[in-house]
Write a protein that binds this ligand. Structure first.
Ligand code: IPE
Ligand code: IPE
Ligand code: MG
Length: 250
């Protein structure tokens, strides 16, 4: 599909983040186990990455496994870890061919050594790629991210290399995940749930939110275009007045 035909004219989004939710319900509706939904969900990612590239999106951040998802039944966690591992092994070379830099954000120390190695390898293979960015948030939590940044800054203060009053919003932002990417313009959640579930808390301060009832394994290019279309019709005021509206009447 030619995206230029369906999307309204406009800029961006440069960075899209997605809470990929609804795999379990997708499977349940078919009388299947959650694992079938997770497998179908992973299959969506490949097309979505290229669709984002075609639409000029510079960065795509996907919430794949939250710091709370360890509470799932052990068999499900095991399946998710093994899908993550095979995704990295299969896709890194392809990503590199497409010029996409892949990286993983979140805690790593709770993953197996084998998975940690696969993450490092996938990141290594795509390190020099600069056409686009795919970020996978795994064992990620927005609160962890902020606490992690606070700890790093506290260590610098304790070591005497930073003064407490140098810690500003901008400095803290630089110590968070995603700091080197454009701000998250559009945050999408599938499956009809309307909550952030401890995803990017700080970084979403001025993101546009978009919720769709589609379950993640059904999230296709049409869904992406619907989200981008909605985004381009939003008026991002950042607390000020819109450029073409009330400002003129002030
Ligand atoms: C999202 O799908 C995937 C992960 C959280 C890993 P779910 O498994 O949460 O799907 P639902 O919410 O049960 O439908
Ligand atoms: C959020 O979905 C995490 C991911 C999609 C990876 P959950 O299904 O875990 O969130 P809750 O439990 O509905 O808030
Ligand atoms: Mg869910």
């Amino acid at each position: 599909m030619d995206s230029a035909e369906v999307l309204p004219p406009g800029e961006g989004p440069r960075h899209i983040a997605i809470i990929m939710d609804g795999n379990g319900r997708w499977a349940a509706r078919r009388g299947l186990l959650p694992s079938a939904g997770h497998k179908a969900g992973v299959e969506r990612i490949r097309d979505l990455v290229s669709a984002c590239g075609d639409r000029g999106v510079e960065a795509l951040t996907l919430f794949a496994f939250s710091s709370e998802n360890w509470q799932r039944p052990p068999k499900e966690v095991e399946l998710l870890m093994s899908l993550f591992h095979s995704y990295l092994r299969k896709e890194a070379a392809r990503m590199c061919e497409e010029g996409i830099r892949l990286r993983v954000v979140g805690r790593r120390d709770r993953f197996s050594a084998r998975l940690q190695r696969a993450i490092a390898e996938a990141e290594g293979i795509t390190r020099e790629c600069s056409r686009g960015n795919l970020v996978i948030a795994a064992d990620y939590g927005g609160r962890w991210d902020i606490a992690n940044a606070a700890r790093a800054l506290a260590e610098e203060v304790a070591a005497g290399v930073r003064a407490p009053d140098s810690i500003t919003e901008g400095v803290l932002t630089d110590y968070l995940q995603l700091a080197d990417l454009p701000p998250v313009d559009l945050l999408i959640r599938s499956s009809g749930e309307q909550r952030i579930s401890n995803f990017i808390l700080w970084q979403a301060a001025y993101s546009e939110f978009y919720f769709t009832d589609a379950l993640w394994p059904d999230f296709d290019e049409r869904e992406l275009d619907a989200a981008i279309t909605a985004y381009r019709r939003r008026d991002r005021r950042y607390g000020g007045r819109s450029s073409d509206g009330l400002a003129a009447q002030a």
